[in-house]
Design a protein around this ligand. Structure first.
Ligand SMILES: Cc1cc2nc3c(=O)[nH]c(=O)nc-3n(C[C@H](O)[C@H](O)[C@H](O)COP(=O)(O)OP(=O)(O)OC[C@H]3O[C@@H](n4cnc5c(N)ncnc54)[C@H](O)[C@@H]3O)c2cc1C
Length: 438
């Protein structure tokens, strides 16, 4: 076992200097524990914590650039359950750069447009995505297929399962020391925290817990072995304090969700029969189509999630990197799913970070620090407004007051909302991943 000695350096030491856009006040001071390590510690250049969308897309981006990384995943395997994610053109551009776009396109239907109705079935608005933006591409992709496809791109042995990070420290050579629950110790030049909304890496860097936004979502994947009967569009229903939707994913699967107001996140419920019953209770007076899709949902794909976000206030939120550690995806910027952008932004983060980090790795710690700061400075202006906008959109859609809902349904949605700006946030230029290392 390694000998561990501790001392402390403050966040604002020259070694840890970061820039942060529009910083008004110094962020909370985070203390780093410095330890010295023994010889039984495994040495790595880049360790990624978490084999979700952020972790795997970062690993694949680095791999395409000639950089090997080790991915640590707490679970025994890639997440096998779960539903689907709607990916817009920004997500597809990244998937193309990673070389997996066409493989995924061949399995998932292109969604042509959206129809929005009231809970009584009255149509408020309908449009096609291409009429809003000729270049738009929307598909709902099964999470498990996305993860499998990304993982397949990595060399054998890149992902270590049953490897839960328990402790993170700085060693005296400037490397980051990771301790896993199974006792393994790893010292790494760079640690990329892709460990989701309850990120241990983000916590160590001084980020607060994400905040519950006042509503939860039931989600599921209806399965139709003989073929699903729906048009290729998102079907959205706006109620009072409840909204729901469904969208065909493939020829046999349909993704659905129901968001409902709840003063607290409530107890964790995993029994699929209870989840189905609670979902159907919420929409029992609505047209039966959605109830039927819930009935067609196998037990392993139905889940209930309290929704959270964390706003990256300039000057208050810690920087995205700290002494060779950096956060990506939900670990950095948990956002509500109201714009369908959480996973899309995790994919964007991955390529941007990899492009900056790969050439810096051989140049030493200062170049790495610059690369991580540059990642943050490029991504923050994209992420912060999106997180806020997603939250505001959710607040409007979850309104309960009947008068305000009537204004939303009779004026705002059918007449006032301009479609063009609605999807502008999906514009993203993805540079090709050109290998710099051999
Ligand atoms: C209801 C809902 C609907 C959504 N719909 C969409 C959508 O339509 N489109 C879209 O783009 N986004 C959507 N999102 C957002 C999207 O799901 C997330 O943004 C995305 O999954 C983030 O990926 P991630 O890899 O950052 O985190 P995660 O997917 O949470 O992955 C984190 C990984 O880290 C692992 N991990 C955690 N802690 C440790 C540890 N200590 N040690 C080792 N491993 C660890 C976890 O096991 C997990 O595998 C939705 C989210 C919700 C809640």
């Amino acid at each position: 076992m390694a000998a561990i000695h501790s001392s402390f350096i403050p966040l604002n030491s020259p070694y840890l200097e970061h820039t942060f856009p529009n910083r008004r006040k110094p962020a909370k001071r985070t203390k780093l524990t410095i330890v010295s390590v023994g010889s039984d510690v495994r040495n790595e250049e880049v360790v990624i914590v978490g084999a979700g969308i952020a972790g795997l897309s970062t690993a694949v981006s680095l791999h395409r650039l000639g950089v090997r990384s080790l991915v640590l995943e707490q679970a025994e395997s890639l997440r096998s359950g779960g539903t689907s994610l709607t990916l817009f053109k920004n997500g597809w551009k990244v998937l193309d750069a990673l070389g997996v776009g066409d493989e995924l396109r061949s399995q998932f239907l292109e969604v042509q447009g959206m129809v929005i109705k009231t809970e009584s079935g009255r149509e408020l608005r309908s449009f096609t995505f291409k009429e809003v933006d000729q270049t738009q591409e929307v598909r709902a992709v099964e999470r498990r297929t996305l993860l499998d496809t990304l993982a397949k791109q990595l060399p054998t042995g890149s992902i270590c399962f049953s490897s839960k990070l328990s402790k993170i420290e700085k060693d005296k050579d400037g490397q980051t020391l990771l301790q896993l629950v199974n006792g393994t110790q790893i010292s790494s030049k760079v640690v990329i925290g892709c460990d989701g909304i309850r990120s241990s890496v983000a916590k160590w860097m001084g980020f607060s817990d994400p905040k519950y936004v006042g509503y939860c979502a039931f989600r599921g994947l209806g399965v139709y072995p003989d073929g699903q009967p729906f048009e290729q569009r998102v079907n959205y229903v706006y109620g009072q304090g409840i909204r729901a939707g469904y969208v065909p994913v493939s020829s046999t699967k349909v993704y659905w969700f129901v968001c409902f107001n709840s003063p607290s996140p409530g107890p964790k419920v995993t029994d699929p029969l209870v989840l189905k019953k609670q979902t159907k209770e919420l929409i029992k007076t609505w047209p039966s189509e959605l109830q039927n899709i819930v009935d067609a949902t196998p037990d392993d794909t139905i889940i209930r999630t309290p929704l959270v976000d964390r706003w990256l206030w300039p000057g208050f939120s810690p920087p995205a990197s700290l002494g060779g550690a950096v956060v990506v995806g939900d670990a950095w910027h948990p956002m509500t799913p109201n714009l369908g952008q959480g996973a899309c932004c995790a994919l964007e983060d991955a390529v941007v970070l990899a492009q900056k980090l790969a050439p810096a790795l051989e140049a030493g710690p200062l170049a790495i620090e610059d690369a991580l700061s540059s990642y943050q400075n490029e991504r923050w202006p994209r992420i912060f407004p999106l997180t806020v906008r997603a939250n505001v959109v959710g607040a409007v859609l979850q309104l309960e007051n009947p008068v305000v809902c009537a204004v939303r349904d009779n004026l705002l949605v059918p007449k006032l909302i301009r479609l063009g700006p609605m999807l502008e946030h999906t514009n993203f230029e993805c540079e090709p991943l050109l290998q710099t290392r051999v």
